[in-house]
Design a protein around this ligand. Structure first.
Ligand SMILES: [Zn+2]
Ligand SMILES: [Zn+2]
Length: 373
């Protein structure tokens, strides 16, 4: 019997615990995977402090890529129908919707399902199979997991670089807002969600992508990788009116952007974003993943400018598959691996601190297969 280390959150705000669990044999339709990289998402920093409702204890980690150790009866292909076998590199969607409720069946919107089971967030570590998060040497993937073989030629680091921000941007930017060919798109925020939104806006045919964020080092990297046509550092300009003027000067005729995507998580950014939209334009609010309360804004501008205002929450298995299928072309175009800083599993606390302080763009834990003993 193999054993796996796992990073367990037992108490909000407390130090993370490195525990050990037995690696179970996969039951019918299930899989056991050795984690190659477990991504750290901005949401994890909030989960650790108790900013989102979740049960405890939990093995953290909801974005990952790994190698198949074992497959249960009946599981021999990925969601796209490609054969999978032990040793193959795979990745998977973090959530499984219930498939039975009003939101799943009537509305066909699995992201709104209230009974979604999410690896690394709401699967308890004190119940079998324990290994239900990606910050571990091994993870148990239940039947119904959207499991995808990693396309040939991609490295684990390519898959984890955007993390869950990738499929989140596929959902919001590509599927909901769907910018048109030649559009000017302004992205507020240069964290992983902002970078992913800028990348997918460019891929969807936008003519000009303006990234508004900071700090300078992060924008410099976005510029070097060619993620946006224009990068504006908000840390250099403190006055919101001056910031707005600078951004509007980058839009056709100074009229504003066809699409503005909010990816900051900061409520006051929403009022500022409305000012950056052109009349008859679209505003997508993508970054407000934790409830940081209300913010003053002028609703008259939404009516007066005839804005289309959209919200988008997380992503479905379908969005995740679209994301993985888009990766070979993204990796050809952008050196995504340069976004990633890796840490050993036992440094999860340090990695979380670095994410919180903005010292890294994307952190990922690198467990060790040799630890699976
Ligand atoms: Zn996430
Ligand atoms: Zn449901």
């Amino acid at each position: 019997v193999k054993r796996s280390r796992a990073v367990v959150l037992r108490e909000f705000g407390a130090q993370l615990d490195l525990a050990e669990f037995e690696v179970p044999e996969p039951g019918p339709g299930a899989a056991v995977v050795a984690v190659e990289l477990g991504g750290i998402c901005g949401t994890d920093a909030h989960l650790q402090r108790g900013h989102l409702p979740m049960p405890l204890p939990v093995v953290l980690g909801h974005e990952a890529v790994g190698r198949v150790i074992g497959l249960g009866d009946g599981l021999d292909r990925d969601v796209l129908g490609q054969p999978i076998a032990p040793g193959d590199l795979v990745t998977w969607a973090s959530s499984i919707a219930c498939g039975r409720c009003h939101w799943c069946l009537r509305e066909q919107e699995p992201t709104l399902c209230a009974d979604r089971a999410v690896y690394g967030i709401n699967r308890r570590a004190d119940r079998w199979p324990h290994l239900s998060g990606a910050w571990a040497d091994a993870i148990y993937l239940h039947p119904g997991t959207t499991l995808v073989a990693v396309p040939d030629g991609l490295e684990p680091v390519d898959v984890i670089a955007l993390g869950c921000a990738g499929p989140t941007a596929v959902h919001g930017v590509l599927r909901l807002a769907a910018p048109g060919f030649g559009d000017t798109v302004v992205v507020q925020g240069s964290g992983p969600v902002g970078l992913a939104a800028a990348i997918y806006a460019g891929r969807s045919g936008a003519g000009r992508v303006v990234l508004v964020g900071g700090p300078a080092g992060r924008l410099e990297l976005a510029r070097e990788l060619g993620i946006a046509d224009v990068c504006l550092d908000i840390f250099e300009v403190e006055d919101p009116a001056t910031r707005a003027r600078l951004v509007l000067a980058e839009t056709p005729g100074g009229r504003g952007a066809d699409l503005v995507v909010e990816c900051t998580g900061s409520p006051p950014a929403v009022a500022q974003g409305i000012d950056l939209c052109r009349p008859n334009g679209t505003y997508l609010i993508l970054g407000q993943y934790t409830d940081r309360g209300p913010t003053p804004l002028n609703p008259h501008l939404i009516t007066r400018k005839q804005l289309r205002v959209l919200g988008s929450w997380a992503f479905s298995g379908g969005h995740f598959v679209d994301y993985v299928e888009s990766l070979p072309r993204l990796v050809e175009r952008f050196e995504l691996h340069r976004l990633v800083s890796t840490y050993p599993l036992e440094s999860a606390g340090q990695a979380l601190d670095d994410v919180r302080a903005g010292r890294v763009v994307k952190a990922a834990l690198r467990p060790s297969r040799s630890a699976l003993v």
